[in-house]
Ligand binder design. Structure first.
Ligand code: ADP
Ligand code: ZN
Length: 728
């Protein structure tokens, strides 16, 4: 047999498969050590065939690296599928195994135990040891007494030679046992819950429905988790396995606790907080059948499970499901591949589905299940908008409106808690008239222009158009256009100045540098150690706090005027999520949204929790402006260490796509420009942005990928992004 091996060498252009022979049979998906040039390198066996077309003499595989294939046949097929975009096969395969498995940097944790020889009594055994060997005799007595002991413990008190002597005489046995490093969850009581009628309908619709994709659109607190748990239970009962994905942030110990309480050791957890040993053990438990439910963040979509019956993606709209670093992938696309491969069901859940997902549900591509009641009929908090332009007119140029200040005062007086949310997208900013709310837009792309302070320009990230920043509002003539940007630190300082007695916690990138600080801050706030929590997006999801009665959104427009076609959608999602933080239990909550554009449709619908209404309006806008789902925005990001090669390659790529455009009406626009971040981490960045009609994408994309691939060389790297999360 001839084995096709893809070699695992980083930073090389070789993504080719090489043929090898082997003196022993090997299964597909195995990791092997092979001679490669003058080196020995690791690789994966991706194919087996009768004979090779190679002209040279084939070499032998040196050895197998594991006891079993580490890549399942399904995952080999998946890698081939991913390769059809511009990913390298080896990069895909690497996604499927724990990183430290490569190079043998992580191993199963084995521990040796010592046992007395059962066929002998202690007296008989002692006759075989010289009276002078005091240590050996003592060790024998001890082992006969305790019946078994960890060798490491014994060696704390006895010499290795004593143990060795007894083993050699056949008086004690050494056995090696594998230990599982399984991360602990928080113990959760196993609540017996009776499904509500709405939940029962949802469970039935999925479990008795045909294989396919289901969208569960349920308001916050409608009990989606319980639906997922029931679906997984049914899947396991059918002898199939399950994958449950949550945004990284939701993987709280509580969540693990709930899953452990229901499914015990059947659950394996995969997320970035695991140690290498834990990750390896959890992964292997899935591969070898020890665990049948994979629970984790986006990378758990690659869980090594066969016979997958259900894949669940909770909070499907969350941007953490998109991998924006190499290799780039959409978790939902991978899940869809695995769903189809297994004839399984894919369940997407959200209170605020992404517009593209909901569109598919409306068109009938997905089955839509709606839950519009909260468990126990709890009320959703009241949302109010405050028009910040009125504040300016009334002489208040501060961060807080009079409404929010009185709300804070009241909350503090009653001993309740408040959360103040400040949207930050780091780099990007916009100019806004604080008197009339005007924000400059790109005339051809319909997105807000981004303000670049360094050269005082306004730029469109989609078409590259640049304008000199304006100082005077063209609508109302107000002369002080301000950058729409306030920092969390400033908000914290203001609170402390106005309410000196208030205890304030802040959560942002600066205060959450270490892995645990995120959890620590939320735990402290939950325990009532502070009255006010000021934070960025990080506080919008995750924990529920009983005593939070006020949520203040300092500048709701920040997400709205980010130059991105999804800005209204993101604003709606953020508001809904933040609202979900207030009044979770008996205390009614209130949300105050400060805005300079109170008449924007997003606020009208968000206030009423009217997702459907928002969707109808938004999808119309997308159709008019030809944004996704009516098109695919494809960005070819071209990087090089010097400026010229990237620029030239980007121009050449653009020219090729322009020439294709002449033949295919499916390509609507193509433009080449420097990326918004022209230089990042020593690389110059140029981009080609193509707008491709959705209907034509299937036909056009392979061509685009091929062109992008062909442009890669040792000076230039091209990344292809579809509907990028941000155009930086
Ligand atoms: P969602 O994910 O839809 O926002 P959750 O799954 O967090 O909602 O459920 C909200 C709360 O309702 C949780 O505390 C959960 O334990 C509880 N819950 C869910 N289903 C039921 C039920 N059938 N009976 C009683 N309580 C339930
Ligand atoms: Zn533009």
């Amino acid at each position: 047999m001839v084995y096709e091996v893809i070699v695992d060498i980083s930073n090389s252009d070789t993504d080719k498969v090489f043929d090898y022979l082997a003196p022993f049979p090997i299964e597909r998906g195995s990791r092997v050590l092979v001679p490669f040039g003058r080196r020995q390198v690791e690789g994966f066996v991706v194919g087996i065939k009768e004979k090779s077309d190679c002209r040279y003499d084939l070499k032998d595989v040196i050895m197998l690296l594991d006891d079993y294939p580490v890549i399942l046949p399904e995952m080999l097929a998946l890698a081939e599928y991913m390769r059809a975009t511009d990913l390298r096969l080896i990069d895909c395969l690497r996604l499927f195994v724990p990183a430290k498995l490569r190079g043998g940097r992580v191993k199963a944790l084995r521990r040796n135990y010592l046992y007395p020889e059962v066929s002998l009594t202690l007296e008989e055994a002692l006759t075989k040891v010289k009276p002078s060997a005091k240590a050996q005799r003592a060790l024998l007595c001890e082992l006969y007494e305790v019946k078994a002991a960890a060798e490491a413990r014994i060696l704390e008190r006895y010499s290795p030679s004593a143990v060795k002597a007894l083993v050699e005489k056949g008086l004690i046995r050494r056995e090696s046992t594998e230990l599982s490093r399984t991360p602990a969850g928080m113990p959760a009581e196993r609540k017996k819950v009776e499904l509500t009628p709405e939940q029962a309908v949802a469970v039935k619709a999925v479990s008795e429905g045909a294989p396919g994709t289901y969208l569960i659109h349920g308001v916050t607190g409608s009990g989606k988790t319980e639906i997922y748990l029931n679906l997984i239970k049914k899947t396991l009962a059918e002898g199939k396995n399950a994958i449950m994905l949550v945004p990284e942030i939701s993987l709280t110990p509580q969540m693990l606790g709930i899953f452990r309480a229901r499914f015990g050791d059947m659950v394996s957890v995969l997320h970035s907080g695991l140690s290498d040993g834990e990750r390896y053990d959890e992964w292997r438990r899935l591969l070898t059948g020890g665990a049948r439910v994979a629970l984790g963040a986006r990378s758990a979509v690659f869980a090594p499970l066969t016979d997958v019956g259900v894949i669940i993606i909770d909070e499907e709209h969350d941007s953490s499901y998109v991998s924006e670093n190499n290799p780039r992938y959409f978790t939902s696309e991978i899940a869809e591949f695995r769903r189809a491969y297994n004839g399984a069901k894919l369940v997407l859940g959200s209170a605020t589905p992404s517009v593209e997902t909901y569109y598919k549900a409306v068109k009938g591509e997905y089955t839509l299940i709606t839950l519009d009641k909260r468990i126990n009929r709890m009320q959703l908090p009241e949302l109010e908008t405050v028009d910040m332009r009125d504040e300016i007119r009334a002489g208040n140029a501060g961060i807080f409106s009079a409404r929010l200040l009185s709300g804070l005062e009241e909350t503090l007086k009653e001993g309740n808690q408040a959360m103040l949310f400040l949207n930050r997208r780091g780099y990007a900013s916009f100019l806004r008239c604080r008197s009339c709310g005007f924000v400059p837009k790109c005339p051809s792309c319909e997105v807000s222009l981004t303000y670049h302070k360094e050269d005082n320009t306004l730029r469109c990230h989609y078409c590259g158009a640049r304008y000199r920043a304006i100082e005077k509002c063209p609508i109302c003539g107000y002369e002080d256009l301000k950058e729409g940007k306030t920092g969390t630190e400033k908000v914290e300082a203001e609170i402390k100045r106005i309410f000196p007695e208030a205890r304030v916690l802040r959560m942002d990138n600066d205060t959450t540098r270490s892995r645990d600080s995120y959890r620590e801050i939320l735990t402290a706030f939950g325990a009532g150690e502070a009255d006010v929590l000021v934070g960025t997006q990080m506080i919008a999801k995750g924990h529920d706090f009983k005593n939070v009665t006020l949520v203040g959104i300092i500048d709701a427009d920040v997400a709205l005027y980010y130059s991105d076609y999804r800005s209204a959608e993101r604003t709606f999602q953020l508001i809904t999520q933040m609202a979900g933080r207030a009044g979770r239990e008996s205390k009614p909550g209130r949300v105050v949204m400060q805005t300079y554009s109170p008449n924007h449709y997003v606020y009208k619908f968000a206030k009423r929790y009217d997702y459907r209404g928002f969707f109808e309006k938004e999808i119309n806008t997308r159709e008019l402006t030809k944004y996704p789902p009516y098109s695919k925005i494809v960005r070819l990001l071209v990087l090089s260490a010097e400026a010229d090669p990237a620029r030239d390659a980007a121009r050449a790529l653009c020219a090729e796509i322009v020439s294709l455009k002449a033949k295919t009406p499916g390509i609507m626009r193509v433009q080449v420009m420097p990326a918004a971040m022209k230089k990042l981490r020593d690389y110059y960045r140029y981009q080609v942005v193509a707008w491709i009609d959705s209907d034509a994408a299937k036909e056009v994309m392979p061509y685009v990928y091929a062109k992008a691939n062909a442009a890669n060389n040792n000076k230039i790297t091209v990344f292809t992004e579809v509907n990028p999360q941000q155009m930086l």
